[in-house]
Write a protein that binds this ligand. Structure first.
Ligand SMILES: Nc1ncnc2c1ncn2[C@@H]1O[C@H](COP(=O)(O)OP(=O)(O)OP(=O)(O)O)[C@@H](O)[C@H]1O
Ligand SMILES: Nc1ncnc2c1ncn2[C@@H]1O[C@H](COP(=O)(O)OP(=O)(O)OP(=O)(O)O)[C@@H](O)[C@H]1O
Ligand SMILES: [Mg+2]
Ligand SMILES: [Mg+2]
Lengths: 227, 227
């Protein structure tokens, strides 16, 4: 489903190039559950942003579902992103002026889902992450872990074919973290392709396999039960 | 050094009160290293904000270094905060238009430290968290864990008497996380009073003792080696 060949991403800071991704070759099949680990600054979020069509590689080719993504213009890229990919960002990116429930409804608004159905589905998703009593809160009226759970509910509400999660349990205690991971496992069992960036070996162990990034390169690949 | 008596903090969301802290009584002695754990939404960040003079309790009294803090007006509170307390926020709050080095310099600017000394001390602090090559980057040009480390360097640059850290290693791999924790241990050994909110038992174990919050109350207190 995902085919990366020679992917590079270089940032420019003043006159200094920052080589965030270097020659990344990888194939991820439909329905796979892959974890991405590596030191802080090794390129994990950058890799996820490229795969999630939020960022274009500086070089190399990215084929998603058989289609060469690098060749798409911005509006086509936006379509792919909205319809096929769910994203849990490292720092959530909730809309400040929308409540938790309205944030979860947002992808459905874009997809033209009727209002009554949106309300029901958002309420169910919010309950699934244990936040019924916080549905009306704005993001700044939520704790860190509550915002993270809202981001998870929003990313999964359209049952996307591909879900990218950047440190989805980083702000969660073990109980709410496990609830989120079980939710992800269930989606994965139902055919979702799942990529999870994590620093937590317990989270990585649930994957079929793990990619280790070091200085922008894939340094190592292991099976899930070997971490 | 810190004396909390009957501390309550209630938020109002529409017509719903949210009791984030309920009757918190606690004493923290100078030089103690205390960890704060508890489920997502249990009031940990709220407690830290009250102790850090960023938020006022709805009820109860807070005595810091012998002085009743609740009676201070905003400008006096700001003075206390700037001169005596270092804070690592759950989501960092770096100034977007300032580079990593400039963010670290900021407390020294407020304290009137001369420019040359500021530059030297900021460079040393940035090197101590392994970010020499990222000193000129803006926050949006940094990875999540890099921003977290800049926040740590900024919070400790004035060697405050009290340091409050809200999930200081949540975005860090074990290597950079351990580097940060060793830095905190060293400050603690030198007399710093240290409060750390964490979901990670390994981080909590380094404390002298641990407070467990549940629904805004201190539900349990244990010694550091018992978690
Ligand atoms: N500004 C606010 N207005 C209303 N409710 C709030 C506000 N800030 C926090 N809350 C609520 O108060 C409760 C405690 O929040 P707090 O941020 O202290 O939790 P926490 O223990 O730090 O959680 P986490 O582990 O998820 O970071 C949460 O249930 C949250 O929804
Ligand atoms: N917009 C940008 N401009 C310049 N450099 C950047 C930019 N974004 C990220 N970087 C740099 O690229 C490198 C990779 O960043 P990335 O966010 O992918 O790391 P990461 O593996 O997610 O780290 P963490 O575990 O800390 O979240 C980092 O060293 C970072 O400083
Ligand atoms: Mg990252
Ligand atoms: Mg918090």
């Amino acid at each position: 489903m995902i085919h990366l060949a020679g992917i590079c991403r270089t940032y420019q800071v003043g006159d200094q190039p920052v080589r965030a991704l270097v020659d990344v070759d990888e194939e991820i099949r439909e329905g796979e559950h892959v974890a991405i680990m590596g030191p802080s600054g090794s390129g994990k979020s950058t890799l996820l942003n490229v795969i999630g069509c939020l960022d274009r590689p500086t070089a190399g080719s990215y084929t998603l579902g058989g289609r060469e993504v690098g060749g798409l213009d911005d509006s086509a890229l936006t379509q792919v992103r909205r319809h096929e990919i769910g994203f849990v960002f490292q720092f959530f990116h909730l809309i400040p002026r929308l409540s938790a429930a309205e944030n979860v409804e947002l992808p459905m608004v874009f997809a033209g889902v009727p209002r009554r159905e949106r309300r029901q589905r958002a309420a169910a998703a919010i309950a699934a992450v244990g936040l019924e009593e916080r549905a009306a809160h704005l993001p700044e009226q939520l704790s860190g872990g509550e915002r993270q759970r809202v981001a998870m509910a929003r990313a999964t509400i359209m049952r996307p074919a591909l879900l990218l999660a950047d440190e989805p349990t980083g702000n969660l205690d073990s109980k709410s973290g496990n609830a989120v991971l079980e939710m992800l496992d269930e989606l994965s069992d139902n055919g979702l392709t799942l990529l999870v960036v994590t620093h937590n070996p317990k989270v990585a162990q649930r994957a079929d396999r793990i990619l280790f990034l070091v200085d922008g390169r894939i340094a190592k690949r292991v099976a899930g039960d070997q971490v």
